[in-house]
Design a protein around this ligand. Structure first.
Ligand SMILES: [Zn+2]
Ligand SMILES: [Zn+2]
Length: 210
């Protein structure tokens, strides 16, 4: 790799870094960090960011093939390539047209990144220049993680009860499994469901300073 052009001298080895290099997206890191740490409603989730990266990749590929494109065309082409709602016929047609225009569709598609890849790039590769994930992002990830755990607990419980019932060890009618995780603040003895505690950001008794 040459040590010439601006900015990208310390490219990380991850997919986002490689893709940014390949398509000459020199400002990509700054772009991602700015959108991710934005403290207004404009803030991008990692899902939004992955889509943003992929649209920039697509735009760069169209540029490389010497195709002019109008406002909204990249968006639309991206949608035709990736949206589940698009029929496979339409998708095949779109890919054919791109190929005819000398866009290496297959390569471009395999250069598309997932939200997890973007997240890893932001947190692992750019760690030094990035503040820790926003509180909201952390809460969101914790909600996801605990939600998945609750669902798994419910599924395993249901299975277990059904097995015992089938083998005649246990008798029960139609049943529902409800998994509740409760947190008790030992300072004030208030109980919360984990969901409520995450939503309100802490126990009431702690609300005056740290
Ligand atoms: Zn990276
Ligand atoms: Zn409390």
């Amino acid at each position: 790799m040459s040590q010439s052009d601006e900015g990208s001298s310390e490219t990380c080895g991850c997919k986002v870094g490689r893709v940014a290099d390949r398509y000459g997206l020199a400002d990509l890191d700054a772009d991602l960090v700015r959108r991710w740490t934005d403290e207004t409603d404009e803030r991008y989730s990692t899902r939004d960011l992955a889509e943003h990266v992929n649209k920039r990749v697509l735009a760069a590929a169209l540029d490389d093939a010497g195709l002019g494109y109008k406002d909204g065309e990249v968006e639309n082409t991206y949608r035709l390539l990736t949206d589940d709602e698009v029929s496979s016929g339409t998708r095949v047609q779109t890919r054919k047209e791109l190929e005819r225009d000398a866009v290496p569709v297959e390569d471009v598609e395999s250069d598309f990144v997932s939200h997890q890849t973007v997240y890893n790039h932001l947190t692992d590769c750019l760690e030094a220049s990035l503040e820790s994930p926003s509180d909201e992002e952390r809460l969101e990830r914790s909600r996801d993680k605990l939600g998945a755990l609750r669902n798994r607990t419910a599924a395993v419980t249901e299975d277990t009860v059904e097995q015992l019932e089938r083998s005649g060890v246990l008798e029960v009618g139609e049943f529902n499994v409800l998994v509740n995780v409760t947190i008790t603040c030992e300072d004030c003895k208030t109980q919360y469901t984990i969901r409520d505690l995450l939503d309100q950001g802490g126990c009431d008794c702690q609300s005056t300073g740290e």
